[in-house]
Write a protein that binds this ligand. Structure first.
Ligand code: SIN
Length: 277
């Protein structure tokens, strides 16, 4: 096995592991790599939908997305589609997946189906390091507080991602939950800064003005480049991220004459998480 670190902060590209081998031994290897590097990448893995589901199920029960419809015969797979002419793409700002749920996603397995010749990389930022390097005055202020996380609602989704379908059975404007700002990783025991620019709206117990100011400082801190890594996709690549300890950002750099004019298609499977503690 070969492990190539992607940055000094997190992320590793792994060679020599077969993702279709879901024996306990191989799964433990993959899970240990995930806990160590927080996001791991594998290239040239033309796995089928069934194989992607089988691997995901080793991590735990699969999640149905709060408001995005899954594929017709594979409801657990959300197909992320950016059309040729689209500038926007799903996930185009810093976020932790569905942090507005009461039990946000544990981990995600994302497989690339179609990738533009340039543009559409994904960035990840390490929230253990973000907590450790946060200004101690802010740490002291927020360490025992909770924050409100809310989904952006149906309108934003429908307006921005026209090739993706909403799950009509659900009222997807109504997702909102409170979580500790600093959570403890259930497997490693590490402290994690658990807020994000996209979904975290207010620190409970502070007035709106102070909450906005502190969240702004935290969001800037989380986006520090020295806390991040960046993955340049190729087709049939697979990313697995620990959604508890990273935030991520799918870069929508689709500009005329360069990235614009190409589709970007990914298959996403999420594994259920627990209540952040
Ligand atoms: C996401 O935010 O879950 C999508 C990431 C990506 O498409 O790169």
């Amino acid at each position: 096995m070969e492990v190539k670190l992607l940055s000094g902060a997190l992320g590793a590209e792994i060679k020599g592991i077969d993702l279709t081998d879901i024996s306990d031994e191989n799964f433990n290897k993959i899970n240990n790599l995930l806990l160590e590097h927080k996001v791991i990448f594998f290239r040239d893995q033309p796995i089928t939908k069934e194989q992607q589901i089988a691997l995901a199920e080793k991590f735990g029960p699969l999640e149905t997305h709060a408001y995005v419809k899954g594929l017709e015969n594979y409801p657990e797979i959300v197909r992320i589609i950016k059309g040729k002419e689209e500038k926007n793409q799903w996930g185009e700002n810093w976020h932790s997946d569905v942090s507005y749920n009461s039990k946000p996603t544990k981990a995600v397995i994302l497989k690339s189906i179609k990738i533009p010749p340039v543009g559409g990389d994904t960035c990840f930022s390490n929230m253990e390091l973000a907590w450790e390097t946060l200004d101690p005055k802010i740490q002291e202020k927020i360490k025992d507080k909770k924050a409100i996380h809310s989904s952006l609602g149906a309108e934003f989704f429908i307006d921005n991602y026209k090739y993706m379908e909403g799950n009509e059975k659900r009222n997807y404007d109504s997702y909102s939950n409170e979580h500790p700002i600093v959570r403890t990783h259930p497997e490693t025991g590490k402290k994690i800064l658990y807020v994000n620019w996209t979904y975290t709206k207010q620190i409970i117990g502070l007035d709106k003005e102070e909450s906005d100011q502190i969240l702004k400082e935290i969001f800037e801190h989380q986006a520090r480049l020295d806390l991040t890594c960046r993955f340049n996709w190729t087709e049939n690549a697979v990313a697995i991220w620990d959604n508890r300890s990273v935030i991520h950002y799918a870069i929508a750099d689709f500009f005329p004459g360069r990235g614009l004019g190409y589709e970007r298609i990914m298959d996403r499977i999420a594994i259920e998480g627990d209540h952040p503690q």
